[in-house]
Ligand binder design. Structure first.
Ligand SMILES: [Mg+2]
Length: 241
């Protein structure tokens, strides 16, 4: 049996925001730091899949402190995502409540900002479901620590006091982090992943969170008998880190 279930957040528990939200955050970041006319290529390099080298190169082009650039970018990106949560553009998937039937400690390991994760859990009044919930701190070092690195996953396992979790994610970086940490993975094929071939190979593939309840090894509460006939999917296309 798995002794816990740990989830990625974006594209697993809540829907993705449109890429334009994260692009807007970077344009706002430059404006906030007094750069009125940034090179669009530099903006694009700071939107998603940002590497430490990107931050240093882009900051250098405008004589900005790299940590200040990155922290400001993260703070504004988190703020705009919180707006999206408040006005219903970023919502829990329809099958979110299925995880309430899992009878094991649960956690979150996200590459989103810690501030975003904390806000979502508070907004959904869902913090009590998770024994631990990681996002990234708004510092360049977090780019070395985020998935596919195992840093936050191992932190979460230590927090929960577990050693054989199932990790549920929608990205290759999720599958890679699980593999590197030596734990099983479940790839959740959300609508934005219809044609994706996960790599490395996941241990399991599921179409929704309710599938977890019939997956071998996932502890399910005794009072849960049948999976409700609710396979609603929300169509979306969007982006996450
Ligand atoms: Mg994700």
């Amino acid at each position: 049996m798995y002794d816990s279930v740990i989830f990625d957040h974006d594209g697993v528990l809540t829907t993705l925001v449109d890429l334009s939200v994260l692009q807007d955050a970077v344009w706002e970041t430059f404006a906030e730091l007094g750069v009125s006319d940034p090179d669009p290529d530099h903006v694009e390099r700071m939107v998603i899949h940002v590497q430490p080298d990107d931050v240093h190169t882009v900051a250098g082009a405008y004589d900005l402190d790299p940590e200040t650039l990155f922290r400001t970018r993260d703070e504004i990106a988190s703020s705009l995502q919180r707006d999206a949560v408040v006005d219903g553009r970023k919502v829990p998937y329809d099958d979110f409540d299925a995880i309430r039937h899992i009878d094991a400690p649960m956690g979150i390991v996200s590459s989103n900002q810690q501030a975003t994760i904390d806000y979502v859990l508070e907004h959904l009044d869902a913090g009590h479901l998770f024994g631990t919930a990681y996002g990234r701190e708004p510092a360049i070092r977090s780019l070395h620590r985020k998935k596919p690195a195992t840093y936050y996953l191992e932190q979460a396992m230590a927090d929960l006091g577990v050693d054989s979790p199932l990790f549920v994610g929608d990205s290759d970086s999720d599958m890679a982090a699980a593999e590197s940490a030596g734990v099983d993975s479940a790839f959740i094929r959300r609508p934005h992943r219809t044609d994706h071939t996960p790599s490395p190979d996941p241990t399991h593939e599921i179409s929704g969170l309710d599938d977890l309840l019939s997956l071998d090894g996932v502890p399910v509460a005794d009072d849960f008998n049948t999976v409700e006939d609710d396979h609603t999917t929300a169509r979306d296309g969007g982006a996450s880190e």
